[in-house]
Design a protein around this ligand. Structure first.
Ligand code: ACO
Ligand code: OAA
Length: 389
């Protein structure tokens, strides 16, 4: 340790700092398992591929809140409760209508979710018996907030939620003002399943840290939304789409290989690639890649898919880095008509199930989260009066 640096630590005991907490195991969980070498993801016992093939988003919510799949009656009950909770309180609708049209959708969503606490009958009280009801209310209302803001900012009437249909179906209906077809609903539902849960990622860690102070679920989800919004986390899906749209502006013969190489040469990070845990292809990206390919052919967006593949191959050959979940979700969302600046909100619609599952788990076996920082500043300085500085 160099002279003048005072750590405040026993240096024998704390010889290094773990920047970014990489590899630190601070919680146990039954919510998900990730094998970063094999590229395997499991939600409460079920492989992501099994869930993608068989489950609905509502079943995944139940799974993440209860660590088991629902029987038919439990699933119907949950769907009913989610439908009952879709309507937004008038205070939140008023806020959405008055929000700046140019505001970031994730910022509006963050504020609106925070406001929901006021009109919740439980006031977000920290009580085991109330957590699942709060999780249902927040999960049900997030799609309504996203769709309402998107319509309000375009000067369109807000569409009231349906009293039927899946979360995916109702969201697309509220967003577009017309009922979606079977395929759009299925695509949306699959995206919700694939983004629901992912271990101790930055936003889930935020939610658990807030829970650990015994604050409340609304605060935890508000904080988690703030963490997800960043471009190194969930915000990367919007950044991926902006890159592809930039290529599109250059015309059909735009060169995605050169574009990627140039950015790498400038030491820029390429959004949608790399991961703290996966050292191979993210299994969700594999599933989304197949969807992206099929949808790009159906919607005439083949060029976007071709450029994505050029970027993928360049990242592999130049850096040996694979795509993460945000890479192909971008073109999937785009192909079903969602605007790029809403992409991270769609991620939120899904991830709220994992955040709330972790909140319930943390509360059941709580300990305050409180790591330490290595102090590297000065100590015991003499006070200098302001006029002498
Ligand atoms: C839902 C999600 O949150 S998935 C992640 C979404 N985020 C992104 O797509 C943003 C782009 N990716 C990244 O910034 C990173 O890969 C992260 C933040 C996701 C994970 O990164 P970390 O584990 O912290 O790795 P770190 O940033 O230290 O990168 C390690 C090395 O790989 C390089 N690298 C990692 N990702 C990328 C990338 N996307 N583009 C170019 N280089 C990259 C780094 O430059 C670094 O190289 P160096 O050792 O030569 O300096
Ligand atoms: O696990 C992470 O760090 C990021 C991620 O892929 C996710 O949250 O889905």
């Amino acid at each position: 340790m160099s002279e003048g640096i005072h750590t405040g630590f026993d240096e024998q005991k704390y010889p290094y700092i773990n920047r970014g907490l990489e590899g630190i195991v601070a919680f146990s969980t039954t919510k998900s398992f990730i094998d970063g070498q094999k590229g395997e993801l499991i939600y409460s016992g079920y492989l992501i591929d099994t869930l993608a093939e068989n489950a609905t988003f509502e079943e995944v919510c139940f799974l993440l809140w209860n660590d088991r799949l629902p029987n038919a009656e439990e699933l119907e009950d949950l769907k009913k409760l989610l439908i009952e909770q879709r309507e937004l309180p008038q205070t939140v609708l008023n806020y959405i209508q008055s929000a700046d049209k140019d505001a970031e959708p994730m910022a509006v969503l963050r504020t609106a979710v925070s406001m929901l606490a006021d009109s919740d009958d439980t006031k977000g009280k920290f009580d085991d018996a109330l957590f699942e009801g709060q999780a249902i209310a927040i999960t049900a209302k997030i799609p309504s907030i996203i769709a309402a803001f998107d319509r309000a900012r375009k000067g369109e009437d807000i569409v009231a939620p349906l009293k039927e249909g899946s979360t995916a179906f109702n969201f697309l209906y509220m967003l577009n003002g017309e009922k979606p077809g079977k395929q759009a609903e299925k695509t949306m539902d699959l995206c919700l399943i694939l983004h629901a849960e992912h271990g101790m990622n930055a936003s889930t860690f935020t939610a658990r840290t807030i829970c650990a102070t015994q604050s409340d679920m609304y605060s935890a989800i508000t904080g988690a939304i703030g963490a997800l919004k960043g471009p190194l986390h969930g915000g990367a899906n919007t950044a991926v789409m902006n890159t592809l749209l930039k290529l599109q502006e250059q015309g059909d013969d735009a060169d995605a290989v050169e574009f990627t190489k140039k950015r790498l040469a400038n030491k820029e990070k390429i959004s949608g690639f790399g991961h703290r845990v996966y050292k191979t292809f993210d299994p969700r990206a594999r599933l989304l890649q197949n969807m992206s390919k099929d949808l790009s052919e159906e919607t005439g967006h083949q060029k976007l898919y071709e450029w994505s593949m050029d970027m993928l191959e360049t990242m592999k050959s130049e850096k040996d880095i694979d795509p993460n979940v945000d890479f192909f979700s971008a073109t999937v969302y785009y192909s079903i008509g969602i605007q790029p600046d809403l992409f991270t909100c769609i991620f939120t619609m899904s991830r709220v199930s994992g955040w709330t599952g972790h909140f319930i788990e943390q509360a059941a076996n709580n300990r305050l989260v409180r790591p330490r920082a290595l102090y590297v500043g000065e100590k015991h300085l003499d006070w200098v009066p302001v006029e002498e500085r």
